[in-house]
Design a protein around this ligand. Structure first.
Ligand code: 0X9
Ligand code: CA
Ligand code: ZN
Length: 497
């Protein structure tokens, strides 16, 4: 530990010793500061929730606010008592407009699992600190089988007070299930993908926030120092540490005693290790951002950043949110996305939904609809862009259907066609080679069944030339060993091309 960290910890310890545990927190505007200053405040472990041009917003208790004003920052209170704010937002609900709570999520998921049993199944992937099930709904054709299809994970409520984060994954599930029979595009996604929805990663925190009207972020772990809660989005085990993350159980960004100390983060880890996802979104509020890794420090090389940026830009067209690297918002160690990408090579995104933590309930449809579109886009592209990542799931490219494989070569070419970095280019070429062989294999099978449909499609897709050359080699080889197996016309047409 260096001197600066020691000094900061010392200051923090003093600060926490003076603060009362039940003191209400406020939403405070830190005025006239640069983005860099704001990120620095966040990296000290203060709960900075939004960074804008020239100012930031943070959740602070009295002691924290006093400490910041003492350092010369100009503060303005936006919401004095955030517990009361939660109470107020709770009051915006009625029969038609209401947020999901944990019990409702549990019932609705159970109902869906029965009603749509052909295309989904419900699984408890673990128990929370207070022994509540962490539910995961898998949506796919043949949901009982692991079919080696591109897989996507959507999660809500790592942070309990961010209620809209439950709405979006539930809305995506509902859209997929209820549109399957009449919408061919939805049917294609469900049939060719495995979509996992974990709407409430942190059941105890959500129940506490909603039932007690508490502005509560963490889980409900009883810490050894008598405080409550670990910040689940600081507890993951890739670059777990102290930046943007606190050692103190009192803090809202407490990272826990060690990485993966919490049953909730362990449940996600186990699911990720088992299912080998290609892409993910973790929903939070607020700021209308699309964040991508790495987030633990500034300027960490992300070899797949071109794919992240392209996908983020495409999703941004659907929901109007701003794409940004996580660390550029503020560096924070131990978050979910760094783990999913760093350890499991998942195209992991965090969406900061909405313009406030909990918008009035009548706004729910207006933020779910565009975000369902963005999620569907990610689900689609998980089968193409993710195939460019070496080591994500090597077996998967061999198992793509023809449509995905054909789109994958053209999508990957669109991103990496001009790649100058030789190492990168070689890696991408290796992946393209695997996919092209897959395309050739499916095309030859098609030809054996006297159909030239796939061959015609390869011929009309520029980026499929490698696949086409594999088809040609194979046909000429077969013809040499077994003359007449494909017909003179076809053989002549591939000879001449
Ligand atoms: O700080 C968080 O955990 C997320 N924001 S929130 O206001 N919902 O708490 C953002 C995490 C983004 N990741 C990094 N900056 N590393
Ligand atoms: Ca399936
Ligand atoms: Zn959050």
């Amino acid at each position: 530990m260096n001197m600066r960290m020691a000094a900061a910890l010392c200051g923090a310890a003093l600060l926490f010793a003076t603060a009362s545990h039940s003191a209400p927190k406020s939403l405070v505007k830190i005025q006239k500061i640069s983005k860099i200053q704001a990120a620095k405040i966040a990296s000290l472990g203060y709960d900075v929730v939004s960074i804008k041009d020239g100012y930031a917003e943070a959740v602070l208790d009295k002691a924290e606010a006093t400490a910041l004003s003492g350092k010369g920052y100009s503060l303005k209170t936006l919401i004095a008592d955030l517990d009361k704010y939660v109470e107020q937002m709770k009051g915006t609900q009625n029969k038609t407009d209401a947020y999901y709570n944990y019990a409702k999520v549990e019932t609705v998921l159970g109902d869906w699992a029965k009603k749509y049993s052909e295309i989904c199944r419900l699984e408890s992937i673990g128990k929370s600190c207070e022994n509540k099930d962490i539910w995961a709904l898998k949506i796919s054709d043949n949901p009982q089988k692991n079919e080696q299809e591109p897989a996507v994970l959507l999660m809500g409520a790592h942070h309990s007070r961010e209620w809209p984060s439950i709405e979006v994954p539930m809305a995506v599930a509902e859209k997929l299930l209820t549109n399957y029979s009449e919408n061919p595009e939805i049917r294609r996604l469900v049939d060719t993908r495995e979509i996992w929805i974990v709407p409430v990663v942190n059941p105890d925190g959500v129940i506490y926030s909603m039932e007690k009207s508490k502005f509560w972020r963490k889980n409900r772990r009883k810490n050894s120092d008598g405080t409550f809660g670990v910040d689940l989005n600081r507890n993951y085990g890739y670059q777990w540490g102290d930046v943007g993350s606190s050692n103190s159980g009192y803090s809202d960004t407490y990272h826990g005693p060690h990485a993966f100390s919490e049953p909730e983060s362990i449940a996600i880890k186990k699911l990720a290790e088992r299912e080998k996802f290609q892409a993910s979104i973790s929903y939070h509020t607020y700021s209308e951002l699309i964040l991508y890794p790495f987030g633990y420090a500034h300027n960490v090389n992300n070899p797949d950043s071109k794919i992240f940026v392209k996908l983020a830009e495409e999703m941004s067209k659907m929901n109007g949110y701003r794409p940004q690297n996580s660390a550029q918002l503020y560096p924070a160690m131990g978050d979910l996305d760094d783990y999913l990408y760093g350890s499991e090579k998942v195209l992991s995104f965090t969406f900061e939904l909405c313009k406030s933590f909990i918008p009035p309930a009548n706004q729910i449809p207006s933020f779910t609809a565009p975000n369902v579109e963005a999620a569907l886009h990610l689900i689609d592209k998980s089968g193409t862009y993710a195939m460019a990542i070496p080591g994500n799931n090597p077996g998967l490219a061999n198992n793509l259907d023809f449509d995905d494989a054909l789109t994958a070569v053209s999508d990957i070419n669109a991103i990496f066609g001009n790649e100058r970095n030789i190492v990168m280019r070689n890696e991408v070429l290796k992946q393209l080679d695997v996919i092209s062989k897959r395309l050739a294999q499916l095309t030859v099978e098609d030809l054996k069944h006297q159909s030239t449909e796939k061959l015609d499609r390869l011929r009309s897709e520029q980026t499929a030339s490698l696949a086409l050359s594999y088809v040609r080699t194979r046909l000429l080889f077969d013809e040499g060993h077994n003359p007449g197996s494909y017909g003179v016309e076809l053989i002549n047409s591939v000879k001449n091309k």
